[in-house]
Design a protein around this ligand. Structure first.
Ligand code: ADP
Length: 163
């Protein structure tokens, strides 16, 4: 049976850390569904549709990675997509508390879906979308945190937003 993992997140924007985790996930799973949480409450730099496009082009050379959006409960979505795992990246201790709670509650909601944590390459572990946006906002160089096309997209959007 095909082993499918859901890799959920905001990806606002997708960073080199996200890509690294997805690549590592491919060593464990046959297929990864990168799933953008459609959260109308939170403010994002890019719309869900823009993020779908950005993720699709970031992963265009990966035939075993699909990009989707979802809303509602993650475990329900995982079951619907016949996925037995949720893939998450673990950065520092700061991620642990939240991830620990989420994994525990998701396991109670659906014990058939396992949460799997992977660590990115040491050089990429400090990257966070929130900080990438903040650095870009203040005119900093984000090219070592995101792909070249994303660096340009973020720069343009941040300039648009602040004008
Ligand atoms: P962010 O916190 O960067 O906004 P997302 O909600 O888009 O993150 O994250 C999706 C998943 O990717 C989460 O499990 C998050 O921990 C993981 N992740 C994000 N950046 C990194 C990184 N630099 N290294 C490892 N995992 C990461």
């Amino acid at each position: 049976m095909e082993k499918i993992a859901i890799y959920p997140g905001s990806f606002d924007p997708i960073t080199n850390g996200h890509i690294d985790i997805a690549e590592r996930g491919l060593k464990l799973f046959d297929k990864i569904i990168v799933a953008i949480l459609n959260n109308p409450v939170k403010e994002f730099l890019f719309t869900v549709e823009e993020r779908v496009e950005m993720l699709e082009s970031s992963f265009e050379n990966y035939p075993d990675i699909e990009v989707e959006t979802f809303d509602g409960l993650l475990v329900d979505y995982a079951a619907k997509r016949k996925s037995t795992a949720i893939l998450r990246g673990m950065r520092a201790v700061s991620d642990f508390e939240y991830e620990f709670q989420m994994a525990g509650m998701n396991a109670s909601l659906n014990p058939d879906v396992e949460t799997v944590f992977l660590m990115a390459d040491a050089k990429l572990q400090s990257i966070a979308s929130r900080l990438v946006k903040e650095i870009a906002f203040y005119g900093g160089d984000i090219r070592s945190f995101v792909t070249p096309p994303m660096a340009e997209e973020v720069r343009v959007r941040v300039v648009q937003q602040s004008s």
